[in-house]
Design a protein around this ligand. Structure first.
Ligand code: SRM
Ligand code: SF4
Length: 576
């Protein structure tokens, strides 16, 4: 390999700890026995991420505990691996029970990557958690850390034949790129210890990837999984209702750091079309190229998007072709026109019914975040009651919602009744609320600079009033809030994106489009909550008065020159 493709310098400390971890084992087992602290020590704090967990503490209580000279109340957040977001009713009942009995928040949190998280699991219960999941066929391998994460797949039950095929590919890609070390089975499931060698980890190697890596399988025209947030995307191309291959998009990602222009959101590049039999070879080649060429010196520039910009798209693509022993052919035509979930019932071509329910912020709990407004919902009980009778499956969406999929005609009325009584179906949810999304942020996320999940419900209440006042009742703007510039709520693909800057302060970005193929541009910095409403009021008033017929807000913001268009990610994203 030519040396200039590799960044030279002192390796980031994460590289040392991965390499020294004996294929992700570290001393996690010893640490688990240490009951003096509720947390994990030294390298294990980071290593548990590769087992799907993050050490956290509730930031609402941090100062109080510090005052009392107490250690933070350490616990873990677990993120499950659920390729394509499919979960069975039996699995649901088990995770529901675990959330009740062993998590301090009692919630099941659906994420923007089609899986669920438990928040607040104490150290003595961690092993039980993994064993409970294992007993229902779920694991948490590689849902965090420097590996390929949960593989997303458009959960579109209407196109059920293509969906089924695409889903099978999402599962296969997930399995193919998983770490092969048996560390997870040994530590959490008490399975026999077997030595792992470099030979056993042929794709990831003993130092795993330079940074997290994200993959999707998407079925146009829906871009519900937001391809441009991902390192590697397989865009399903079908012919006569049958999947024939994929267009491959590489190098998307949304995170940045305030004030550091070497970091930026970036759209994925089109590499071309491949037929189905090359899918795994191409997935592997993209991952191993990024493994070998990704920046292991500076983690801020380590993701695939930066590798592509550093070595050049053509060089990266040629290396993928060489490693996969293929030649990309010209991309087949497709278009992304939408991203939201179709809330409500739809009938699939399999004659089954599918009910998409809106879950605000993905938080499944018996009292909704609108408690202050006196509205309470029994979402968790409702889901449990449905799981007890449902014969199909559940599909988690990348918009933090959930589909009760595969309902027979004769079961529809019973499911609808429970869903209505528990608030899972709520006819009063506005289009604006359905188009809004926030990341977790406070109190559990250690990186949050501003509120997101706890801010969104009230923000949407106010935006609804503003839209109404400006003659836009029933219209909606893709509105997303993230508590920091890491961008977990994908604000950097929103028509209005709010990115946390400090307590109560946000930067406002404008101008993505409905298909999610344009990165928004910075409009104003350091806005407080009142400033945000004032801006949305004047912007939406202009939109109402000046827009072309059916023109979406993001398109209007660009056409009218409120912000300029980000065409080439880096150069247009920052003005100088
Ligand atoms: Fe994220 C870190 C939550 C999707 C970019 N993300 C975190 C952590 C684990 C904080 C930490 O490192 O300690 C957050 C835990 C909060 C909590 O208490 O639960 C967190 N991210 C989430 C979730 C739960 C947000 C949500 O509300 O649903 C999403 C879980 C996805 C999953 O199931 O795997 C989530 N994170 C995303 C996305 C969106 C996506 O992938 O579609 C992004 C932007 C896309 C991208 O990667 O560019 C995202 N999260 C990050 C980053 C920045 C990565 C980078 O490139 O620099 C971090 C911080 C890091 O990795 O250093 C981060
Ligand atoms: Fe936490 Fe920031 Fe991600 Fe929100 S965007 S969950 S605040 S890391």
């Amino acid at each position: 390999m030519t040396t200039e493709l590799i960044v030279k310098g002192k390796l980031a400390d994460n590289e040392r700890l991965k390499a020294e971890s004996n294929f992700l084992r570290g001393t996690i087992t010893e640490d688990l026995k240490n009951r003096i602290t509720g947390g994990f020590t030294t390298d294990n704090f980071h290593l548990i991420r590769l087992h799907g967990m993050y050490q956290q503490d509730d930031r609402d209580f941090r100062a109080e505990r510090q005052k009392q000279k107490l250690e933070p109340l350490h616990n873990v957040m677990l993120r499950a691996r659920l390729p394509g977001g499919i979960i069975t009713p039996k699995q649901w009942l088990a995770i529901d029970k675990f959330a009740d009995e062993y998590t301090s928040y009692g919630s099941i949190r659906l994420t923007t990557r089609q899986t669920f998280q438990f928040h607040g699991v104490l150290k003595p219960n961690i092993k039980l958690m993994h064993q409970t999941l294992n007993s229902i066929g779920i694991d948490a391998i590689a849902t965090a850390g420097d590996v390929n994460r949960n593989v997303l797949c458009t959960p579109n039950p209407i196109e059920s034949i293509v969906h089924q095929e695409a889903y099978e590919w999402a599962k296969k890609i997930s399995e193919h790129l998983l770490p092969k070390t048996r560390a997870y089975a040994e530590i959490w499931l008490d399975e026999e210890k077997v030595e792992t060698t470099e030979h056993d980890e042929p794709i990831l190697g003993s130092s795993y990837l330079p940074r997290k890596f994200k993959t999707t399988v998407v079925i146009p025209p829906s871009n519900d999984i937001d391809v441009h947030a991902n390192d590697l995307n397989f865009v399903a191309i079908s012919d006569n209702g049958k999947l024939v291959g994929f267009n491959v998009l590489v190098g998307g990602g949304l995170a940045m750091t305030h004030g550091d222009k070497s970091t930026y959101p970036r759209k994925a590049d089109d590499f071309g079309f491949i037929s189905l039999e090359h899918t795994l070879a191409v997935a592997e080649a993209v991952v191993t190229t990024q493994r070998d060429w990704g920046n292991r010196v500076n983690r801020k520039n380590a993701k695939t998007k930066y590798t592509l910009d550093r070595v050049g798209i053509d060089t990266f693509k040629a290396e993928v072709e060489k490693r996969a022993e293929i030649t990309f052919s010209e991309s087949r035509p497709y278009e992304f026109t939408e991203r939201g979930d179709r809330i409500g019932w739809v009938k699939g071509i399999d004659n089954k019914h599918h009910l998409t329910v809106f879950i605000e912020n993905g938080r499944i709990l018996d009292t909704s975040s609108n408690e202050k407004a006196g509205i309470s919902k029994a979402l968790k009980s409702g889901m449990r009651d449905i799981a007890k009778i449902h014969q199909g499956d559940f599909r988690l969406t990348a918009n933090q919602n959930l589909i009760i999929a595969g309902v027979a005609e004769e079961d529809k009325a019973d499911i609808e009744k429970i869903a209505r009584e528990s608030g899972l179906i709520d006819d009063n949810v506005s289009n604006q609320r359905k188009s809004s999304m926030a990341c977790v942020a406070f109190p559990t996320c250690p990186l949050a600079m501003a509120e997101a999940e706890r801010y969104l419900p009230k923000l949407v209440d106010d935006v609804e009033i503003i839209l109404d006042k400006n003659g836009l009742a029933g219209e909606s703007i893709i509105l997303r809030v993230t508590g920091c510039p890491n961008g977990c709520g994908r604000a950097m693909l929103a028509e209005i994106g709010l990115v946390g800057k400090g307590p109560g302060k946000y930067n406002m970005y404008l101008g993505s489009n409905l298909g999610g193929t344009r990165i928004p541009k910075l409009y104003k910095e350091n806005l407080n909550e009142q400033d945000i409403l004032t801006e949305i009021d004047s912007l939406s008033a202009r939109w109402a008065a000046e827009r072309n017929q059916d023109e979406a807000f993001g398109d209007f913001a660009i056409r009218s020159g409120i912000v300029s268009e980000v065409k080439i990610s880096v150069r247009d994203f920052y003005d100088d």
